[in-house]
Design a protein around this ligand. Sequence first.
Ligand SMILES: Cc1cc2nc3c(=O)[nH]c(=O)nc-3n(C[C@H](O)[C@H](O)[C@H](O)COP(=O)(O)OP(=O)(O)OC[C@H]3O[C@@H](n4cnc5c(N)ncnc54)[C@H](O)[C@@H]3O)c2cc1C
Length: 433
Amino acid sequence: MRIAVVGAGMAGLTAALRLQEAGHDVEVLESGAHPGGRMWSIEKEGLGVDLGAHMLLSSFGRTRALVGEMGLEAQWFEIDGGEGGGVLHDQELASFSPKNAFDVLRFRGISLGGRIRLALTLLEARRWLGDLDFFDLSVGDDTLDTEDCDSFARRRLGDEAMDYVVDCFIRTFHFHGARRMSAKYFEALSGLLLSHGEFRPCALRGHMRALPEAIAAGLDVRYSARVHRIVRGPRSVEVRTPNGSVEYDEVVLAVPADGVLPLLQAPSLQERLVLENAVSSCTVLCVYTLPAEVAGDFEGIWVPFCESQVVSGLSNDAGKGSTDGKRSVFNVWLHEEAAAKLLKASDLEIQRTVAGEIERLFPRYGKHLTPLHVQRWPHALPVYGVGQVTRVRNFWENGQGQGNVWLCGDYLNHPWVEGAVRCGEKVAARVAG
Ligand SMILES: Cc1cc2nc3c(=O)[nH]c(=O)nc-3n(C[C@H](O)[C@H](O)[C@H](O)COP(=O)(O)OP(=O)(O)OC[C@H]3O[C@@H](n4cnc5c(N)ncnc54)[C@H](O)[C@@H]3O)c2cc1C
């Protein structure tokens, strides 16, 4: 079969790779100048900077397998956590770098009562295990997809554990609050903590771009090929770009959710239902350098919304090798509320606002920041909101692949890089099967 994969992010690249391996004639059409989408890195002043996906986890089984297949196994490493990380609490750093469920329970940033409630909730979560998969939220039943994560977990955990652990986690890794997230996500996240028993941050030597670059090298990828229309015909699918149109037997549409509907001529009802309700969070990544002796070797800091309404998290990338011995890369991500206001501001204005907030929160770093890069992400991560998890599951069952057009990406119940990889593999298996 002749197959077009539109979008060379991790979902599209993985789908293309698996379809090519199955013997199909695959072309990847990418609007940008490089592969990777939201998993990309640049070099600035001799320092590597990961712009999107920042770390991988030891539980990313399919991503790890892909890394091995691409001959990059030696490049995979566990990030040296140094002094570890922490959560900002009353302007003090409470040590926290959870690698497993027990670390969560040892967290001194919340009272003993809060920790006991966390333990009880995790015990309760054990009954959900078995039919849960964090990287495929379609798995398991959808009972909890009728309530938001904030009200569901706040009832069980109380305000303290909610604000400083659950909401804080979601904000650090998704940039938006738990109120916008389905309780189904909380259930699956508890399952991830309990079933994998570990949560170790990992990275790639050569930075995140190493993986998409290696996959793309073995594929026929056309860059600067922005697709603007997909037209389903009786026997084939027409893909239109500014350079003309080409007919394919099947099309995998692996672009972010917000970009799909404008491409589809006559979308089906099921496609509309999923895509019109697909929303994403936004953030801004502000990259600075810090003198190595000031940065020390802490891993990362989660910043709860009740402590700062600007900064959601920060990391010191010395442990990822982003240091020249004198300076280390210091990343700051913003809560979506602050990012939404700053997306259109100049780099200078963003850097000043963020540096001012870092100085207030962390005076020891604030005075030493030197701006290196600003990256705006108007569509950073999908929001797995209440009801959307179920809509997406129904789409997989009844709407996927209509007229030989397949949707693919992390917004289809597949969080993070591991989710995007799994989604690419799932779509490829359905197309080929
Ligand atoms: C700031 C940030 C931090 C993150 N941190 C982490 C992390 O630490 N760990 C983790 O696992 N995940 C993280 N993620 C999430 C992770 O990066 C994504 O879940 C994953 O990369 C999504 O892959 P995808 O293929 O679904 O989409 P994308 O990577 O967005 O790929 C879509 C591709 O389609 C292309 N495209 C769009 N429109 C068209 C068109 N019309 N024609 C042709 N091509 C088109 C785009 O250029 C892009 O290359 C982070 C994301 C962001 C933004």
